[in-house]
Design a protein. Structure first.
Length: 231
């Protein structure tokens, strides 16, 4: 697919400093264009999850500039954060499904939480379930699903606002290799359908299979990035 030249996401000399001795990021610069699929790879504590958290404002940078769609995220007030997040699909490290609700109810509940009407929910949920290939398990409860199926529901929940940006933090960390490949295939399909996808992962099996841009992060620095050449 064609990729826009203007960056959807831009990090300019971004630092996250927790204390005089502890840094999350150490002055990184990174551009991600609309329509790209980017893996952020590195060991635990390298800073890859921090990059994602800056985008949906779970974390704040202490120096530099982070922009999304041209907007400086450092200027986003606390009351504006929910509106910002509704432009993104966020897949957390754990599935975070509601155990007492069935698959379709987990999706419906997330939609109602952001203000969708009952009619909108009824119209949208079947399509979302089809999109992530879990419609056949719509009436199952989370404990009745495999790990891969639970992750599909979590991704489906992230799609409720038809986001142009999908952020996934270690989406295969708790999955067997078979299910991990299913999830990366799903993310690749969502990217092909138009979503920009950014995945933090240390699972090199899925990274190698996807054959997408890989940004390697270590010690809060970008170690290598084929998007700009090694840094």
């Amino acid at each position: 697919m064609s990729v826009s030249l203007s960056p959807l996401i831009k990090f300019s000399k971004v630092e996250v400093k927790f204390s005089d001795l502890v840094y999350g990021l150490r002055g990184i610069t990174l551009d991600i264009a609309e329509g790209e699929f980017v893996f952020l790879c590195g060991p635990t504590g390298s800073g890859k999850s921090t990059i994602l958290k800056l985008l949906y404002r779970e974390a704040e940078h202490t120096q530099g500039v982070v922009t999304f769609k041209g907007k400086d995220l450092g200027e986003v007030g606390v009351m504006e954060i929910p509106k910002l997040r509704r432009q993104m699909g966020i897949v957390p490290q754990d599935f975070a499904l509601l155990p007492q609700k069935r698959v379709w109810e987990n999706i419906a509940y997330a939609m109602r939480a952001v203000g969708a009407t009952s009619r909108q929910v009824r119209a949208a949920v079947p399509g979302i379930l089809e999109q992530v290939n879990i419609a056949h398990r719509a009436d199952a409860y989370p404990h009745q699903l495999s790990g891969g199926e639970q992750q599909r529901v979590a991704i489906g929940r992230a799609l409720i606002n038809n986001p142009k940006l999908l952020l996934a933090d270690e989406p295969t960390a708790n999955l067997d290799p078979e299910y991990s490949l299913e999830i990366v295939d799903l993310l690749v399909k969502l990217n092909a359908a138009g979503a920009t996808v950014v995945v933090a992962s240390h699972d090199m099996g899925i990274v190698d299979k996807a054959q997408k841009r890989v940004v390697r992060v270590a010690g809060g620095l970008i170690e290598s990035d084929p998007g700009v050449g090694n840094v």
